[in-house]
Design a protein around this ligand. Structure first.
Ligand code: ZN
Ligand code: ZN
Ligand code: ZN
Length: 168
């Protein structure tokens, strides 16, 4: 038997822990903890403080929790609060061109991103309901690639300054 030695190093334990849990599992466990009534606030505070000290900043989330400013997304033109903004908050639909015949059905291409959607056969609908863009809302036009996705500018969309749009 080869001789092996165990480790008492905390960082090793963290590495082993991470190797045994998928990103999705970890995310969903933490989400459960965040939503559970049995979670003690002091435990969560300790976790947040530790993350901050380890360089995984929760400062923007702390700031967002207190911020009651209504913002306007310059990509999807919805109103939002920063604390409700997440990686799937902002969605822009494709801009399908005129349908082309494709086998028995029809095929459309997004004029902006170039993605295709195909109808298997007439009347069966489409099996690829993706979005042209999914991400976080933004107030910065430099974050929006108007060439690559089918987003309108605020001007094209008729947004008025000071009008945050419908809250969703
Ligand atoms: Zn598209
Ligand atoms: Zn948006
Ligand atoms: Zn707008």
């Amino acid at each position: 038997m080869p001789k092996v030695s165990s480790t008492k190093n905390s960082s090793d334990v963290l590495s082993i822990f991470l190797a045994k849990i998928s990103a999705q599992q970890l995310h969903s466990r933490l989400r459960q903890v965040a939503q559970s009534r049995n979670t003690r606030g002091t435990d969560v505070d300790a976790l947040l403080t530790a993350l901050d000290r380890l360089g995984i900043s929760v400062a923007p989330s702390r700031a967002a929790a207190k911020d009651n400013t209504f913002l306007h997304c310059v990509r999807c033109h919805k109103g939002y609060l920063e604390r409700e903004n997440g990686v799937e908050s902002c969605k822009v639909e494709h801009n399908w061109d005129e349908g082309m015949r494709w086998g028995n059905g029809c095929r459309y291409q997004c004029e902006s991103c170039g993605e295709y959607i195909e109808e298997i056969s007439p009347g069966y609908g489409f099996d690829n309901e993706t979005m042209c863009f999914t991400g976080t809302h933004t107030t910065d036009v430099d974050d929006v690639d108007f060439e690559e996705i089918s987003a309108d500018t605020c001007e094209e969309n008729g947004c008025k300054p000071g009008n945050e749009g419908a809250l969703t």
